[in-house]
Design a protein around this ligand. Structure first.
Ligand code: CP
Length: 315
């Protein structure tokens, strides 16, 4: 594969075309033996990645660090802002200026929407958005799309439903935007009124001529879906505790529900994880569960992205 990566930063999924995403997936395929430790590679030998995580993470941080190390690179960083000088009042802009002097690429997770965009303005090295508040999680979207393509054979023409916290889930916001670029003309959103998808997202879908249908329960639509993308209710984003209490257990996907609603045998259930109680463990051993494979796909996909960002004339 010979490919020139044109981006300085990875801030929002909106900056990517379908062709660019497909190039990432092609390279991710080549990365699988390296991601699984079956093939040695030191393409990123001498390169340093810093992970600046102002919010908790298991998958995103560990898969970025694993991806970098399997490619021969090294990692520095912090997993808790309380152990950094943010605790002493340092601004994000100053932290980014300093970190850019220490490393070749910055992976940033932050609770403020727009933090990655701001960081990109103060950084001489690529900034990769690992989640900014309820806004975007573009690298999760790459691995979600990759997982859909791998497990369903294609992305176009699928019936994809989103369930749970459509209001605050950055993974849903990014993924719905990305899917609107593919040949997929309908989306299904399932949530209580208080957790509906934001108006800006629905407007964007209209602009891309994607029809969307909203439901408050999965029962009426589950039998038609090829993919059901579940999300946790994002407790940390609620300003009002009472509001969270009212919706915290608003749905639970379990085998009985799938049977009752006549879900397709081929239905794929995805979840960015972590889950709380919205996805019963009785699904884990079923043919529907792809969420652990989805998390695993984070390594080759992020390896592809790191290779492209750090070696722009990747071949
Ligand atoms: N999917 C995801 O972003 O998981 P983490 O919060 O564990 O990184």
């Amino acid at each position: 594969m010979n490919y020139r990566f044109e981006k300085d930063h990875v801030v929002t999924i909106k900056d990517f075309t379908v062709d660019e995403m497909e190039s990432i997936f092609e390279l991710a395929d080549e990365m699988i033996p390296i991601a699984e430790g079956e093939k040695k590679d030191d393409d990123l030998y001498g390169k340093l990645l810093t992970t600046l995580f102002y919010e908790p993470s298991t998958r995103t941080r560990l898969s970025f660090e694993g991806a970098m190390k399997r490619l021969g690179g090294r990692c520095i960083g912090f997993a808790k802002p309380g152990t950094s000088s943010a605790k002493k009042g340092e601004t994000l802009a100053d932290t980014i200026r300093v970190a850019a002097g220490y490393a070749d690429v910055i992976v940033l997770r932050h609770h403020h929407e727009g933090a990655a965009r701001l960081a990109s303005k103060f950084s001489d090295v690529p900034v990769i958005n690992a989640g900014d508040g309820a806004n975007q999680h573009p690298t999760q979207t790459f691995l979600d799309l990759y997982t859909i393509q791998k497990t369903c054979g294609e992305i176009d023409n699928l019936k994809i439903g989103f369930i749970g916290d459509l209001r605050y889930s950055r993974t849903i916001h990014s993924l719905a935007e990305a899917l609107s670029l593919f040949d997929l003309h309908k989306m299904y959103f399932i949530s209580p009124e208080a957790l509906k998808a934001p108006e800006y997202l629905l407007e964007e879908l209209k602009e891309h001529e994607v029809q969307y249908h909203q439901f408050d329960k999965p029962d009426a639509i589950l039998s038609e879906l090829d993919v059901l993308y579940c999300t946790r209710i994002q407790e940390e984003r609620f300003a009002d505790r009472l509001e969270f209490e009212q919706v915290k257990s608003c749905y639970r996907i379990k085998k009985k529900l799938l049977e009752k609603c006549g879900a397709k045998e081929s239905l794929k259930i995805m979840h960015p994880l972590p889950r709380v109680d919205e996805l019963d463990t009785d699904i884990d051993s079923s043919q529907h569960a792809v969420y652990f494979q989805q998390a695993k796909n984070g390594v080759p996909v992020r390896q592809a992205l790191l290779a492209m960002v750090l070696d722009k004339n990747f071949s």
